[in-house]
Design a binder for this molecule. Structure first.
Ligand code: FCB
Length: 455
C-alpha cells in the first residue's frame, strides 16, 4: 500500500459501544436496559458474565482516549446509552448523562479525533421494553424524542451521527434467535421489529435534521456476502432468501423506499406487513449523508431439502475461527461494491470489522495476536481495492479499541487491539495495536479539525 491509496481526510478510527465498555450501570442516574435484564437470565450469557463493570470506561474514559492518541487515529466511534439520557426511555431527562457524553465529545474534538456517535447500539431502556419494545410502534417515536434531546446538547459539534447499529441483530438475534436481549423467539415479532427499528431510524433522522445538526447523518448495517454453494437452482434460491433477510430487508427500504418483492412471499405465513403505514417508507428512505457498513461474514448457502420453500443451510467454512466464521476479506470488498453499485452513491465507512480470538499474555507479558494483525491488514487491503473499483470509501474503524463485553459471549472471547486484564483493568497493547499504530504513523494521518456551528 502506498501513501496515495487513501485520500486525505480519510477517517482512520476504531469503534466501541456503551454497554460493552462503560460499566457503572447504576451510576449518575442511568436507568436499566434490556441488556441489564437479559444478562441476569440463567444461561443467556456465557459464565453469567454481565456488563456491570465491563472495562470501567465510565471512569477511565480519559485514559482510554490516551490510547486513541497512542494509536494515532483521527476518528473514534462510540455509542450513547439512551438510558443515561432518559432513564425511563422517555420523559425525565438526566442531565448527568448528557454531561458525560459532552465530556467525551469535547475531549475527542480537542485531541483532533473526529467522533462518530451511534445513538442506538442495542441497549433499549427497560421501561420501553415493558411497553412492548421494538414490537411496539411507539418505541420509534420515543427514539426520535431521545435523539432530539441529544441533538439539542451535542448537535452543534458532533461531526457524524449514526442512528442505529445493526438493526438486523436487534431484530433477528434479539427476537428470532433469542440469543440477544430481549431474548424473544418469534419470527413475526422479529419482522415487526425490523420495521419499527427502521422507523426509529427515520424518526432519528427527522430529529437530527429538525435540530439543524452540523454533523452528517447515517446508519450502520451489518452486511454479509452471501453466495450459493453451487449453480443448482435450489441453492441459488436458498442464497437469495438468506440475502433477503440479512441484507435486502434493510437496504431496500432505506435506499429504494420499499421492501423487496420477495419479502412478502417469504414471510407469507408469518406476517402480512400490516405494520407498514402510509408514509413510513418515504420517511425511512429520507436522504442520508453517509452509509456505515459492519462486515464480519461471507458465506456459502445451500438448499435445505427438508424445507424447500423457506429453508437453507450454511456450508461450514473450511477454516473457521472461534466464532465459526471464516476470515474472508474478499467479502468486505463484495459488500462495499454492492452498496455503491446497487444502492447509493453516498460515502461509505467501514464502521466495524474484526476478529475474535482467545488472546492471552505470554510469559513475557506480550499478546501476540498475529492473526488479528493479518486480519486488519487484509481487510484494509480489501477496502482499498473496493475504493479503487469506485466505492467512495471515507473511513475505516476496526472493531475494537479494547477487549470488552461481547454480548452472549460475555468476556469469553476478545476483539480488542488493547488487551484488558479485567482483574486490574490494565490495558496492554497487543501486537495488532502496535501494527495499527505503525501503519497510521507511516501514513502521517492528520488530526481532524472540528466542525462547529456558528455561535
Ligand atoms: C457486532 C456488534 C459489536 C461487536 C461485534 C463483534 O455485531 O455491532 O457490538 O459485538 O459484532
Amino acid at each position: 500500500m502506498t501513501e496515495k491509496d487513501f485520500p486525505p481526510g480519510f477517517r482512520w478510527g476504531t469503534a466501541t459501544a456503551a454497554y460493552q465498555i462503560e460499566g457503572a450501570v447504576a451510576e449518575d442516574g442511568r436507568g436499566p436496559t434490556i441488556w441489564d435484564d437479559f444478562v441476569r437470565r440463567p444461561g443467556a450469557v456465557r459464565r453469567g458474565d454481565t456488563g456491570d463493570i465491563a472495562c470501567d470506561h465510565y471512569h477511565r474514559w480519559h485514559d482510554d482516549f490516551d490510547l486513541l492518541d497512542e494509536l494515532g487515529v483521527n476518528a473514534y466511534r462510540f455509542s450513547i446509552a439512551w438510558s443515561r439520557i432518559l432513564p425511563d426511555g422517555a420523559g425525565r431527562i438526566n442531565g448527568a448523562g448528557l454531561d458525560f457524553y459532552e465530556r467525551l465529545t469535547d475531549d475527542l474534538l480537542q485531541r483532533g479525533i473526529s467522533p462518530m456517535v451511534t445513538l442506538y447500539h442495542w441497549d433499549l431502556p427497560s421501561a420501553l421494553q415493558a411497553r412492548g419494545g421494538w414490537a411496539a410502534r411507539e418505541t420509534a417515536d420515543r427514539f426520535g424524542e431521545y435523539v432530539r434531546v441529544v441533538a439539542d446538547r451535542l448537535g452543534d459539534r458532533v461531526p457524524q451521527w449514526l442512528t442505529l447499529n445493526e438493526p438486523y441483530c436487534s431484530a433477528f438475534v434479539g427476537h428470532l434467535d433469542g440469543l440477544h436481549a430481549p431474548g424473544i423467539r418469534d419470527e413475526a415479532t422479529a419482522v415487526t421489529a425490523v420495521h419499527h427499528l427502521l422507523l426509529a431510524h427515520a424518526r432519528g433522522v427527522e430529529a437530527l435534521r429538525a435540530a439543524n445538526v452540523v454533523g452528517e447523518v447515517g446508519i450502520t448495517l451489518n452486511l454479509t456476502s452471501v453466495r450459493p454453494a453451487s449453480a443448482d437452482s435450489d441453492d441459488v434460491a436458498a442464497a437469495q432468501r438468506v440475502d433477503l433477510f440479512e441484507n435486502r430487508l434493510f437496504l431496500d427500504p432505506l435506499f429504494r423506499g420499499r421492501y423487496p418483492d420477495d419479502a412478502r412471499s417469504f414471510y407469507a405465513g408469518v406476517t402480512d406487513f400490516a405494520f407498514v403505514r402510509d408514509g413510513d417508507l418515504r420517511a425511512i428512505s429520507a436522504p442520508l449523508d453517509f452509509m456505515g457498513v459492519n462486515y464480519y461474514e461471507r458465506h456459502a448457502v445451500e438448499a435445505n431439502p427438508a424445507d424447500p420453500v423457506r429453508g437453507w443451510h450454511r456450508v461450514p467454512p473450511e477454516s473457521p475461527t472461534i466464532t465459526g466464521i471464516a476470515v474472508e476479506p474478499q467479502g468486505l470488498r463484495e459488500v462495499l461494491e454492492r452498496v455503491t453499485r446497487e444502492y447509493t452513491p453516498l460515502p461509505v465507512y467501514v464502521t466495524e470489522t474484526g476478529l475474535a480470538l482467545f488472546d492471552y499474555a505470554d510469559p513475557s507479558g506480550a499478546i501476540n495476536d498475529a492473526e488479528r494483525e493479518e486480519y486488519f491488514r487484509a481487510h484494509i487491503d480489501a477496502a482499498r481495492q473496493a475504493m479503487h473499483a469506485g466505492v467512495p470509501l471515507a473511513g475505516f474503524y476496526p472493531w475494537s479499541l479494547m477487549d470488552n463485553f461481547e454480548w452472549a459471549w460475555g468476556y469469553g472471547c476478545r476483539y480488542g487491539m488493547y488487551y484488558v486484564d479485567y482483574a486490574t483493568q490494565q490495558r496492554i497493547p497487543k501486537r495488532s495495536a502496535l501494527w495499527y499504530r505503525d501503519f497510521l504513523a507511516a501514513r502521517e494521518v492528520p488530526r481532524l479539525t472540528p466542525v462547529r456551528a456558528a455561535e
